[in-house]
Design a protein around this ligand. Structure first.
Ligand code: FES
Ligand code: FES
Length: 151
């Protein structure tokens, strides 16, 4: 079937099985490979994007349910890596292998939009993404830096 996805402000008509996970529409149909595949079962958060402002795990979301909604991927956060969270990530040298990091950044930007001054407990509750490299302390520090909170 044909449905239209609104990705990073642009409409994309797609001829696609409506049950296809959003992640594969992004990566395979649209070439937006910044969003990563980790577990495929909604557990790790590597595939996190925003749908109507909410962080969602795109591996577990049928593309049909996103039709007409505003989807933002890591590629759409800013044209030049100038988003406060991206700058804090670079400044804090957060990534190690990097695989989980676009999902981490999308989860962090969603948290800060909802809660501009999160506590450690807020961060722990909101950022449930998994990082096999253990970058959690740097993730937390960068979220605080982006929020203007001194660590
Ligand atoms: S790949 Fe989607 S949550 Fe792990
Ligand atoms: S930086 Fe390697 S998995 Fe997170």
């Amino acid at each position: 079937m044909t449905l239209t996805l609104k990705i990073n402000g642009q409409n994309h008509p797609l001829d696609i099985d409506p049950d296809t996970p959003l992640l594969w529409a992004l990566r395979d149909n649209l070439g937006l490979t910044g969003t990563k595949y980790g577990c495929g079962i909604g557990q790790c958060g590597a595939c996190t994007v925003h749908v109507d402002g909410q962080p969602v795990r795109s591996c577990a979301l049928p593309v049909e349910s996103c039709a007409g909604q505003a989807v933002i991927t890591i590629e759409g956060l800013s044209p030049d890596r100038s988003h406060a969270v991206q700058r804090a990530w670079i400044e804090g040298q957060v990534p190690q292998c990097g695989y989980c990091q676009s999902g981490m950044i999308m989860a962090a930007t969603a948290l800060l939009k909802e809660n501009p001054k999160p506590t450690d407990a807020d961060i722990d509750a909101a950022i449930t993404n998994l990082c096999r490299c253990g970058t959690y302390p740097r993730v937390r520090a960068a979220i605080k830096a982006a929020a203007g909170i001194s660590a």
